[in-house]
Design a binder for this molecule. Sequence first.
Ligand code: NOJ
Length: 767
Amino acid sequence: MQRKPQLVLVLGWLMALAAQTGRLPAQGGDFRSTQTEARVDALLAQMTLEEKVGQLNQLSTGSLSGPKQVVDNGDELIRKGWVGGILNAVTAQETNIFQKEAIGGSRLHIPILFGLDVIHGFRTLFPIPLGLSASWDPDLAEQTARYAAQEASSQGVRWTFSPMVDIARDPRWGRIAEGAGEDPYLGSAFARAYVRGYQGLRLDDPASIVACAKHFVGYGAVEGGRDYNSTEISERTLRGVYLPPFHAAVEEGAGTLMSAFNAINGVPSSANAFTLTQVLRKEWNFRGFVDSDWTAVREVMVHGIADDARTAALKCFNAGVDMDMESNIFLNNIAELVRAGRVPASRLDEAVRGILRVKFALGLFEHPYVVEPAASGLAATPAGDALARRAAEESFVLLENRMVGDGPLLPLAAGPGRKIALIGPLADSATDMLGSWSCQAVSGDMVTLRSALSKRASSGGMPLSFARGTDVSGTTDSGFPEAVAAAMGADVVVMALGESGRSSGEASSRAHLNLPGNQEKLLEAIVATGKPVVLVVFSGRPLSIAWASAHVPAIIMAWFPGMQAGPALVRTLFGEAEPAGRLTVSIPRTVGQVPIYYNHLNTGRPRVDPIGMGSDKPDPYYVTGYIDEANTPLYPFGYGLSYTSFSFSPVEVSAASVSASAINKGESQLTVSADVRNTGSREGTETAQLYIRLRGTSVARPVRELKGFQRVHLAPGESRHLEFRLARDELAFWNADMKDVAEPGSLYVWVASDSTQGTPAKVELTE
Ligand code: NOJ
């Protein structure tokens, strides 16, 4: 391998600094540190215009994620220093090969940053992000992200295109599966957790990978729920709903962001100077870099804001995209645009700085290669399995658990001779358990519900019969008789229905939200047998399961639970694990209700006013709503049952009035408290949710907004006193003057089990 002049130079600088200060400075770990900046400066000073532009170029190898712009001379580009990042290289062997070309072959030996969609695990697959968010346990998300980082980094993948922090209010949009649901407060908590998990305590820990908060911004608001579609979002909604999780990720230190495909109010996100420069860089002081989504730079031509690649490059780059994923448009145009004075040299330096900062902070210059494992590569581990199982268990949401005989159907009574029928197309489908983005998962590691239940049934002396009944999108009833016979011969039936793993995620929008194919017909046939049925729903989005909700005694929303789907479900069914998940998305009764979200505005004619204000006598007819359907969802945000029950005491607030200006100055805050009690006979976990509503303000505020939550594990009869803080961050909003402030008015506060429960306490917000 050739000598590395820039490394020698940097090492020399470090030694000189050490001599002055008596200790070695941190050699990376923080892309915002002055040490990193000095290294960036030193390297930037040596780079030619073409080498700088080369850093903006990101190529794909291996699996594709859209139309591929074929590059035949990739190796040559790497040796010229014209490739800054590569995506979709997945093994240590692959990343090392490319890295050797960059380090050994290019003049300045700048390492390549390898990125991949490590969305819910690398080899060890956890529940899809929407499922994980239902845990309301950001620490758990952090642990799964850390585990994924360790696995990915071992193969040289030091960058993940995760977390997806897009707020999604429309379950038709398939990518709702990849985020944390509909709420900006919860979404921000999860955004922070993922960043912490991926990036660890230091980025230059070889087991850390840099996060990429995506898709900046508003992608979750695509019209009609159609992926890649356009969005119309007011600045207030953008700032109040869609931007906060990105801001949280940036504050937590996310090194990169991905610019989205969608246009916002007519301007494509990847050419949007308002979001990419004004908000991200000027207001948030972001110091990392922005990667475009796949060919998003090229696509601005298709959007219609550029007639040629040169203009596309100009618009996207000047707006604030730093790295061009797969379009090859920056590489071919930016140098000339700089020479022509159309792109300021300072803008190029800013972009390259962001990329180099991240590479230095990751320690890539010191450790560009990874140790190549034996041919078998990574393997599942007991620790990974245990974490995957726990994550799956925490993601399950118990939607129904009605009485059957003397008690609720779940947990299932176990005992020798008790006959179980397992029915449904998803009971034994390993790959479907992963949902979209299965990364490096190996189907042999997957444990399905059928295999885990068979094991449990045989060890417990419980005869188990199995029938598929139909396919996920089945049209023929030919499997029904076998399924009905299995049900007839059983004491209890477990049904595994839902979507296929690939029905959500990218390019997987749906116009219907029902159980696909003839699955509901199968369900009806099984329920008609009179046998008690537990329905397990696998899905990457809320499904409108109104019939099931009314007729099936027990329903578990299982999302796509990952590789430990089976063991997690069996432990939950038999009560060794509790379903403690709570919905992070509203489940609609019917697709006609979407977009549907709990934190909507009240309107001047609400059908029901949650705090009994607004119209004195609501007219039964001239109110906002449908003539053929309720406004309320089938299951609301925050909802989920337990195997035990909980009660909440009345809410208490630390003061009956507080000054808004003192809140704004950070001189005052409120403490809100309530007691939560386990009123049942089993131990269990409740998620206490704090909601607010503001009235009398310069702009209308939502009927409820989540501003705090705490998970508490309680023994039967145990109660816990919970305290929450309401200060500037929780009470400020983008007002009529587009200022982010708390205003005088009335504040209503709930601490409750979901977004529809509880009685509020009232506080006056004075001048
Ligand atoms: C397109 C997707 O929108 C994005 O989320 C993903 O990270 C890239 N492809 C790379 O695979």
